[in-house]
Design a protein around this ligand. Structure first.
Ligand code: NAD
Length: 392
């Protein structure tokens, strides 16, 4: 069946827009990239020229343009609230990069606004729709590790060093738990469902010395918020878990993600990637890597350095575009999922600050994508039929 393409505009033409623009234009058949916009017109013009990507517009022109149905917000986290609100008020569906916003009340307001206007609002990370996490989800959902009893997750970075290169990390949303931990929270929620209760400890980032690598910053800075969070979670399912996000250590990334069950153990791949495989351990059997049950493994013939691993960014946009055309709910990277991700992180901060248990109020539903649809052409790098998994 043919679906009318969803007329889509990208707002925010920075680094991550490169892979989004290519995928929305060339990889997904459901999206038609009609415009690119940026606060700085020259940034939008450069992307339009590089990728032959539609018209360039100001933000106000985009909001006022009747052709644009769906806006993909790729601005820094501090700009998200304003951009999303303006586009929803203008009657556009919106898909936004993470974090949803830098303030939980603002995110709640945007969810209510989208509900009131009957508009779709989707939120990254969409790495949870990649082959790695979808395969892990299928495996858990079909009972291969029995009932999930507990989970252990950790990730580390040198976030201060990263903030020298990526300047937006110096602002709200730049601390490791928000900038990177969000991928792990997204995967946790995708695999185990909503969180019922949180206890936590937090440690802020140290003051960062004036630039070591570059010489364009005279003053030291401190990444706001807790740059280490460690928490105990109780899921609505009854499973419990421990989480550690440490941004005050070195950059050699040592991620861990293990789900324990009554009949087995699942070592989940890196949720920051689309195609990091899972391994299954069953009693009396060795550890075995599980072949993917889903497509979108991150290998993308449109992708070139430095976007290694970013390959299928935008899959959440395409899934939402099918939801729009079919009039179904986008029960994957939905606004409810985005809000719960944010509330779990907010809850860790709150629990650490108050020394009490935080109980998230938000709830969400996460449906798995249809399995058995792969990008099977050209060595697995081209579209193939993986997009079929996004239709239903
Ligand atoms: N860079 C990455 O590796 C990466 C990966 C995944 C997700 N993200 C997320 O994607 C978003 C963008 O990241 P990036 O690395 O591309 O940032 P960037 O700083 O490279 O680009 C952001 C762009 O948004 C524009 N902009 C800022 N405020 C605006 C506004 N109010 N209206 C319109 N345009 C505005 C800026 O001019 C800039 O061109 C962030 O939310 C980030 O968390 C980034």
């Amino acid at each position: 069946m043919q679906y009318e393409k969803v007329k889509t505009a990208v707002v925010g033409c920075g680094m991550i827009s490169n892979i989004y623009i290519r995928n929305l234009k060339e990889l997904f058949s459901i999206t038609d990239l009609v415009a690119v916009c940026d606060l700085h017109p020259e940034a939008a013009k450069a992307k339009a020229e590089t990728y032959g990507a539609g018209r360039t517009m100001s933000i106000d022109e985009c909001a006022a343009d009747p052709e644009v149905e769906l806006v993909v917000n790729l601005t820094p986290p501090g700009a998200h609230y304003g951009v999303i609100k303006q586009m929803l008020e203008a009657g556009k569906h919106v898909y936004t990069e993470k974090m949803f916003t830098t303030d939980i009340e603002q995110s709640r307001e945007l969810v209510a606004l989208a509900d009131a206007k009957g508009l779709y609002l989707g939120v990254a990370p969409d790495t949870v729709l990649g082959a790695g996490i979808q395969t892990a989800k299928k495996l858990i959902d079909c009972g291969l590790i029995g009932d999930v009893t507990s989970v252990s997750v950790h990730i580390n970075r040198n976030q201060a060093l990263n903030s020298e290169t990526f300047r937006f990390l110096r602002g709200d949303g730049g601390a490791l738990p928000y900038d990177v931990g969000i991928y792990y929270v997204g995967a946790l929620l995708t695999l185990l469902g909503p969180v019922k209760a949180i206890r936590a400890f937090g440690v802020p980032a140290p003051l960062h010395e004036a630039q070591l690598l570059y010489n364009n910053d005279a003053e030291p800075w401190r990444i706001p918020g807790n740059n280490i969070l460690t928490a105990s979670l109780e899921f609505a399912s009854g499973a419990v878990g421990s989480v550690l996000f440490d941004g005050n250590t070195i950059g050699a990334s040592q991620h861990g993600f293990t789900v324990f069950g009554t009949e087995g153990i699942l070592k989940v791949g890196d949720p920051n990637e689309f195609g990091s495989p899972a391994a299954l351990i069953r009693p009396e059997a060795g550890e075995a890597e599980i072949p993917f049950t889903h497509g979108y493994d991150g290998k993308n013939y449109l992708e070139h350095f430095p976007f290694e691993g970013y390959g299928h960014r935008g899959v959440g946009v395409a899934e939402m575009a099918y939801a729009i055309r079919k009039g179904r709910k986008n029960n994957r990277c939905s606004k409810e999922y985005g809000l719960h991700c944010q509330e779990v992180l907010f809850g860790m901060d709150e629990a650490a600050r108050t020394g009490t248990t935080y109980q998230p109020q938000s709830r969400f539903v996460m449906e798995g994508l249809r399995s058995g649809c792969y990008s099977s052409q050209f060595g697995g790098k081209a579209r193939g039929d993986a997009e079929l998994s996004l239709v239903y």
